[in-house]
Design a protein around this ligand. Structure first.
Ligand code: AP5
Length: 210
């Protein structure tokens, strides 16, 4: 968990690679549904483009289906879910059925001025979800995804006029759920300001050897 652009997705992908477990990113799944033009995807796109949370029912049904796939048996990283109290309650219910629990909530902290710079310079691959930063993590060829060769885009919600609203939504709807995990002693903080090569070391300190 962490504010928009703090580096959740970047850390989630590193954890997935280090520990050999799937990364389940709510935002990526919603963008995929939108790109496929499914009914849920069409609704989701409108909310996402405005920087608002997609309705709980849509998100919960997509995440529940994904979490029930067999590749989650050895563990998984959740990125961007839960993001509301209702989603947190739904996650508890889904995990209870699987006899599973959340081990750690990684809370990514970052200064707002760094975040705004990151989001406005982020470019994303609409096909495979790879993420770049025009200055700090540029693709090898300008405007082209290293992974799959697709044209990179700027996400609608990364436009400067939408970013402040995403912060408000985070503060109002997502931040309050930290309390649930705080009480259970599951929260570990990781800085969003680390250099890329420092991230695996910091993660190993927090999560243990892969
Ligand atoms: P989502 O896709 O989850 O976006 P977000 O939470 O706003 O987070 P971001 O993806 O913007 O940033 P991040 O923290 O992952 O940072 P990243 O690693 O990319 O959600 C988008 C929308 O979908 C929501 O607004 C909502 O509408 C909907 N949605 C999603 N989940 C939902 C849910 N559960 N319920 C309802 N609606 C939901 O890093 C940012 C940039 O910084 C990148 O360019 C990266 O390359 C760069 N960077 C990161 N770390 C470093 C570093 N150490 N050094 C240099 N550059 C770095």
């Amino acid at each position: 968990m962490g504010p928009p652009g703090s580096g959740k997705g970047t850390r989630a992908k590193i954890i997935g690679r280090m520990y050999g477990i799937p990364v389940i990113a709510a935002g990526d799944m919603l963008r995929e549904a939108a790109a496929r033009g499914t009914e849920k995807g069409k609704v989701a796109r409108a909310y996402m483009n405005r920087g608002e949370l997609v309705p709980d029912d849509i998100v919960i049904s997509i995440m529940e289906k994904r979490l029930n796939k067999p590749d989650t048996e050895r563990g998984f990283v959740l990125d961007g879910f839960p993001r509301s109290v209702r989603q947190a309650v739904a996650l508890d219910r889904i995990l209870e059925k699987q006899n599973a629990t959340i081990d750690t909530l990684l809370y990514v902290t970052a200064k707002p001025e760094i975040i705004v710079g990151r989001l406005s310079l982020r470019r994303s691959c609409p096909k495979c979800g790879a993420v770049y930063h025009l200055k700090d993590m540029p693709p090898r060829e300008e405007g082209v995804c290293d992974e799959c060769g697709s044209r990179l885009i700027q996400r609608e919600d990364d436009k400067e006029e939408i970013i402040p609203h995403r912060f408000e939504v985070y503060e109002r709807q997502t931040f309050p759920i930290l309390e649930r995990y705080q009480d259970a002693g599951k929260i570990k903080e990781i800085s969003g300001d680390l250099e890329m090569d420092q991230i695996p070391v910091a993660l190993e300190e927090i999560l243990g050897k892969p």
